[in-house]
Design a protein around this ligand. Structure first.
Ligand code: GLY
Ligand code: MN
Ligand code: MN
Length: 466
């Protein structure tokens, strides 16, 4: 057992790891997210930039981190201001920031434009996250302009701009113990929220109440905040009946009726980390025959994807495993007609499942719900394979999928979305189903951290009874 490390050391270690990758004479600039106006003088709730937070643990707006390859860290933050603090709340301030965040020096953000050019003098490369902050490039250009104005005094101007996302994304892709601990807490809170929404849905219908999608969203939000989560990690989907076939549907006003399936895709963000769960359940707590048939098929597809999620396997293996089970099941249930489409291999090769399953089976999860990290194995990025998409005719250039390693976190989320169509049996029309869990890749497989809410259809029915 290693002793737990303190807050400051954790972030200092991350900064040191990043600094060691900047190359001789490198310097990195990382702003946090901007405050955004909603209208007039009302702001959207502030959410820090994930890269900035990963390196500092500092959640205030108007802050920047500057880091040199030698490991020297400078923070720019809001100055203390008793008057503003009455309105907006406590500010750490530069003086306290040095000790609180373990940086070498800290200044007011008002000094940023004056202090940045000297910091960039005589450096070789300037690193910053490309294409993530509107206006950052021109800001850096302005600082470089000031450096260049001093070349006659013997100052050297940086000769390279480098994308900081590249090393940072690789670091963020493998979660450390502290991150995994937060992600497990977020996952547990979200699982409780799903269980609560399921139970309340059935109870309200039993009591003869009018149930709307927003009532179930309210149950989710209640449980998120009750658990200490700061906000949802993304817009909650609560989709009753046919609405579940709209992939980016948001909780709206539709009535939830006994006999409908309800699809909820919702997860909280807790101390910066996202969770992402989908459950599909019968509104009144009892699956009909066709609902259960489709549900058990999606469940089997998810289990195949889970079994394919282990170190050494590829990211794409889970998707391929899920697609194979779905293709076979669609034939077995008669959703796809064997006489029209042939065998499972044909369905896969010609992507005939695609009209019912049109998204990927997962994504990285972390500070962001669709987290950073390359889906291509870096050591094999040069191996390009071309194939023609059977549906669109488009030529697709593929590179080898990422090899999974312990500490990666991803979602596993197969689904089926069946819109009315003449060639599809009517008993399946307007059903949309997805089952989504969050998985940590372990030494010998994966750990599902969201199973605090059941997936098994019998367990869902039991949960929703009384
Ligand atoms: N809720 C977003 C997703 O499942 O990817
Ligand atoms: Mn989701
Ligand atoms: Mn997801």
């Amino acid at each position: 057992m290693t002793a737990p490390i303190d807050h400051q050391t954790r972030y200092a270690q991350r900064r040191a790891r990043l600094a060691s990758q900047l190359g001789e004479g490198g310097i990195a600039i990382v702003p946090t997210a901007p405050l955004r106006l909603r209208n007039r003088d009302s702001e959207y709730p502030f959410r820090f930039d994930s890269y900035f937070y990963y390196l500092t643990g500092f959640g205030e707006p108007n802050a920047w981190l500057v880091l040199t390859a030698e490991g020297r860290t400078t923070l720019f933050c809001q100055p203390k201001d008793p008057e503003r603090e009455i309105w907006d709340g406590y500010r750490l301030g530069p003086q306290a920031a040095v000790a609180a965040l373990g940086v070498d020096e800290a200044y007011s953000v008002d000094e940023l434009d004056a202090r940045l050019p000297p910091l960039l003098e005589n450096r070789h490369a300037v690193w910053y996250p490309f294409a993530t902050h509107a206006g950052l490039e021109s800001r850096i250009d302005g600082w470089l302009h000031k450096v260049r104005a001093r070349v006659r005094h013997g100052v050297l101007c940086p000769e390279a701009l480098r994308d900081l996302c590249q090393p940072l994304d690789e670091m963020r892709l493998i979660k450390d113990d502290h991150e995994l601990d937060l992600m497990r807490r977020a996952a547990r809170a979200s699982a409780r929220a799903h269980a609560r929404a399921m139970q309340r849905c059935a109870a309200m219908l039993r009591a003869g109440e009018d149930v709307r999608e927003y009532h179930l969203e309210a149950e989710l939000l209640h449980e998120f905040r009750r658990s200490g989560a700061q906000s949802p990690a993304y817009g909650s989907i609560v989709a009753a009946g046919a609405n579940a076939c709209v992939l980016h549907y948001r909780a709206d006003t539709a009535a939830v009726r006994a006999g409908d399936l309800v699809l909820i895709d919702a997860g909280c963000e807790l101390d910066g980390y996202a969770s992402d769960i989908t459950r599909t359940f019968p509104a009144n707590g009892r699956f009909t025959g066709p609902q259960r048939d489709l549900y058990e098929l999606v469940q089997a597809a998810q289990q195949a994807a889970i079994d394919a999620t282990r170190p050494g396997a590829r990211f794409a293996d889970a998707h391929d495993a899920a697609v194979r089970v779905l293709a076979q099941g669609l034939l077995d249930l008669g959703v796809l007609n064997r006489n029209d489409v042939g065998h499972t291999d044909d369905v896969i090769e010609k992507r005939q499942y695609f009209r019912f399953y049109m998204h990927r089976t997962g994504h990285w999860l972390g500070l962001d719900v669709h987290d950073v990290g390359s889906y291509v194995e870096p050591t094999e990025a040069g191996q390009v394979c071309e194939r023609r998409d059977p549906l669109s005719g488009e030529v697709i250039r593929e590179r080898p999928s990422r090899i999974l390693r312990p500490g990666m976190v991803l979602t596993i989320e197969p689904g089926l979305y069946i819109r009315p169509a003449e060639d599809v049996p009517e008993r399946f029309w307007n059903m949309g189903l997805r089952i989504e869990d969050d998985a940590v890749v372990t030494d010998d497989g994966c750990e599902l951290i969201t199973r605090g809410v059941p997936v098994d259809p019998d367990a869902i029915e039991a949960l929703m009874q009384g």
